[in-house]
Design a protein around this ligand. Sequence first.
Ligand SMILES: *[C@@H]1O[C@H](CO)[C@@H](O)[C@H](O)[C@H]1NC(C)=O
Ligand SMILES: *[C@@H]1O[C@H](CO)[C@@H](O)[C@H](O)[C@H]1NC(C)=O
Ligand SMILES: *[C@@H]1O[C@H](CO)[C@@H](O)[C@H](O)[C@H]1NC(C)=O
Ligand SMILES: *[C@@H]1O[C@H](CO)[C@@H](O)[C@H](O)[C@H]1NC(C)=O
Ligand SMILES: *[C@@H]1O[C@H](CO)[C@@H](O)[C@H](O)[C@H]1NC(C)=O
Ligand SMILES: *[C@@H]1O[C@H](CO)[C@@H](O)[C@H](O)[C@H]1NC(C)=O
Length: 378
Amino acid sequence: MAPPILFLLLLFLQKATSNNTTCHNPCLRNSLEVRFPFGFDNNRCSYPGFKLSCDSKTQIITLDLPNIGNFTVRNINYGSQTVTITDPQNCLAKKFIDSSFDLSGSPFNIPEYYNHFFTFLNCSTNSTTVISGIRRVNCLSNENFTVVTLPTNIYESFPDFMPPFCTELKKRVAVPPWYRWSDSETRLIWNEPYCLPCEVDGGTCQFKGNTGLTIDCNGRSKGPLPRSAKYGIIIGAGIPGLLCIIGIVSYVFGRLKARSSGNEPTMEMSTSVAPQPCVVVTGLDGPTIESYPKTQLGDSGRLPKPNDNTCPICLSEYQPKDTLRTIPNCNHYFHANCVDEWLKMNATCPLCRNSPDGSSVMTHSSSLTSSYSSLSTP
Ligand SMILES: *[C@@H]1O[C@H](CO)[C@@H](O)[C@H](O)[C@H]1NC(C)=O
Ligand SMILES: *[C@@H]1O[C@H](CO)[C@@H](O)[C@H](O)[C@H]1NC(C)=O
Ligand SMILES: *[C@@H]1O[C@H](CO)[C@@H](O)[C@H](O)[C@H]1NC(C)=O
Ligand SMILES: *[C@@H]1O[C@H](CO)[C@@H](O)[C@H](O)[C@H]1NC(C)=O
Ligand SMILES: *[C@@H]1O[C@H](CO)[C@@H](O)[C@H](O)[C@H]1NC(C)=O
Ligand SMILES: *[C@@H]1O[C@H](CO)[C@@H](O)[C@H](O)[C@H]1NC(C)=O
């Protein structure tokens, strides 16, 4: 017997002894690896809710989220159990508003670390920046109307925040990760079926038996991990860990540098943040704002906390060399230019509502109307 045939036979035997899970894939020219729990059939090849469809002409793979609509599947990470999808209409915000992004009929969820609710406002203005530092939703805006969005907790904290030229489109939508650099791409996770331990051992999940939803691990090996599982582990654990280390190291270096040069106010990350009594103040003056600690990010562009790498006001990720500001009595960071605009209107931290340092603060107040006019310049 020629060696190739022997090899094929061995492969075949291996396939036959480990169960029969060859599922049909009409989108083979798409490089995406589609396997359990995903599949293209309703039979025992896919877990309920994980059925994909394939356009055989375009080779586009689509996931239909009940109540929301169809999305193009860009990537599946079987190790970290995440799926990256894009909106074919390139306007996720429209889906957020129209369907409240109701995932209840699907097995997918918003990652826990991304626990954000957003409020969407429709503003009758033609200015490119309605309120500086607040995200503009380009796909819903035109020359006469601008749709903007901001975290609901910030919006609710300040009832008189809403400019008179805006109306509420949606008060509270749970949105998945949604970055300024991509208005159409987002990422969801699934918890069931839980195949992670199997993937880590180099196996693939499949159904156990011919009925029921119990799963089984197929081809578990103690050999080297398959690439997808390795990537999953690297992405799921390695990168955050690495970033965490880089973040801590650059933070420590930043502190040492700030101390030795003596110009930069030292950031006291003191843990004794006693919640301050609520003080009614409207806004702060420039010198007060300037007195708050500023810090410039190093090359890593990351803060010590790995999941805290997005400015909560303008919703864009911190980039290397960005200048951040932190409010005394509050360990939250913001882009300096975003939080400065905020502090001119409101003298409390947008996230924890702590008022910076009590006494010296309650000096200036700027009326909201003057803020609006000064803010509406592009
Ligand atoms: C695989 O399963 C199908 C039914 O699901 C069956 O018809 C077929 O004979 C099986 N093949 C092998 C090799 O066990
Ligand atoms: C989503 O795709 C499926 C299958 O291609 C199709 O039957 C369904 O009508 C689509 N739904 C929407 C809202 O376009
Ligand atoms: C925006 O509106 C103002 C009046 O509110 C008008 O003067 C200006 O020309 C408009 N700009 C554009 C680009 O339409
Ligand atoms: C915003 O409001 C205007 C006027 O009411 C309306 O024509 C436009 O469609 C609204 N935009 C959205 C995205 O709802
Ligand atoms: C914006 O308003 C102007 C003047 O009212 C109108 O001519 C134009 O068609 C509007 N643009 C859109 C996209 O609605
Ligand atoms: C897979 O094989 C096991 C025995 O090795 C059997 O009990 C199980 O029913 C099989 N699963 C499927 C889906 O055929």
